[in-house]
Design a binder for this molecule. Structure first.
Ligand code: NDP
Length: 282
């Protein structure tokens, strides 16, 4: 029976560490780290993510400002706002909540964020740093996933890992980070053939698709570590991409949904904000 990788508990201890570090930094600089979150439109899910980020910042002693812009805001106005935030010495992190309205080019908007204030790690220079292995801000969800894997104490070296999903925000960065740990990584996507066989061969499974319970219990190799990134609403309940109840019989470690990767994403965002602050202020 698998051990539960409790993202809530791990995130709580990381947030406590961040809080301590912030307090000692502020003692020296007299200036709190400041994250600005820009939310365009009124998507309820985005609003709730932004509120959660705001709350977590405040609890950790990080100043947090939410800027709400109307759904119809022209792209040029948003870009101007980001340039102003880039130039503001009291702002250390800028996060533009995605998705943006259809009339905006998200890549262009993200490209405008100053690299050292890009707490989401989505700027092309941070993505390049991830690829090359040079210092840069890591995207929050993949960073949280790696922290969870590390918390197991298991070496990833030489292990077979599969990442199901190849998005720029989860799948591809996780692939890079697993490679850094010397895992042998397969990345699967919607055109992958015989997904079940690919998953069955893996010692580490990271599922980031967005399809409820698509990874079945019998696909999990005995002893595998299973990280479920997926968040799917089924009958008003949140479930992951992995059939948790069936998979936990085979896995050695498994993340629940909710309470797994989600809280780790927020903890990583706080760590990134402090990292950016240190680059800019110390
Ligand atoms: P995307 O929709 O951007 O990517 C989904 C990926 O899954 C694509 O690469 C797609 O392949 C692949 N895919 C689709 N169908 C299949 C299939 N049948 N077999 C194998 N692969 C398939 O999603 P995201 O990466 O943004 O998010 C994935 C999930 O993670 C979502 O549920 C999202 O809500 C959740 N999430 C959770 C976070 C958290 O903090 N907990 C943070 C971010 C995301 P292809 O490229 O071929 O289309």
């Amino acid at each position: 029976m698998a051990e539960l990788l409790d993202g809530k508990a791990l995130s709580k201890s990381i947030r406590a560490e961040v809080k301590k570090e912030v307090a000692s930094l502020v003692e020296k600089t007299n200036k709190p780290p400041h994250l600005v979150v820009v939310l365009v439109g009124e998507d309820p899910a985005s609003q709730s993510y932004v509120r959660a980020k705001n709350r977590a910042c405040e609890r950790a002693g990080i100043k947090s400002t939410i800027i709400n812009k109307d759904e119809s805001t022209p792209e040029a106005e948003l870009i101007d706002l980001i340039r102003t935030l880039n130039a503001d010495h009291d702002v250390h992190g800028i996060l533009v909540q995605l998705p943006l309205p259809k009339h905006m080019d998200a890549n262009k908007v993200i490209d405008t964020i100053e690299q050292n204030k890009d707490v989401d790690g989505f700027h092309p220079l941070n993505i390049a740093a991830l690829q090359i292995g040079t210092p840069g801000v890591l995207p929050a969800t993949p960073k949280g996933i790696m922290t969870m894997l590390e918390s197991t104490g298991q070496s990833l070296e030489g292990k077979k890992a599969i990442v199901v999903g190849r998005s720029n925000i989860v799948g591809k960065p996780v692939l890079q980070l697993l490679l850094r740990k010397n895992a042998t990584v397969t990345i699967a996507h919607s055109r992958t053939q015989n997904l079940a066989d690919e998953v069955k061969a893996a010692d580490i499974v990271v599922a980031a698709v967005g399809r409820a319970h698509m990874i079945k219990g019998d696909m999990i190799k005995p002893g595998a570590i299973v990280i479920d990134v997926g968040v799917n609403r089924v009958d008003d309940k949140l479930v992951g991409d992995v059939d948790f109840e069936a998979a936990k019989a085979n896995a050695s470690y498994i993340t629940p949904v909710p309470g797994g990767v989600g809280p780790m994403t927020i903890a990583s965002l706080l760590q990134n904000t402090v990292e950016c602050y240190k680059i800019l202020e110390t």
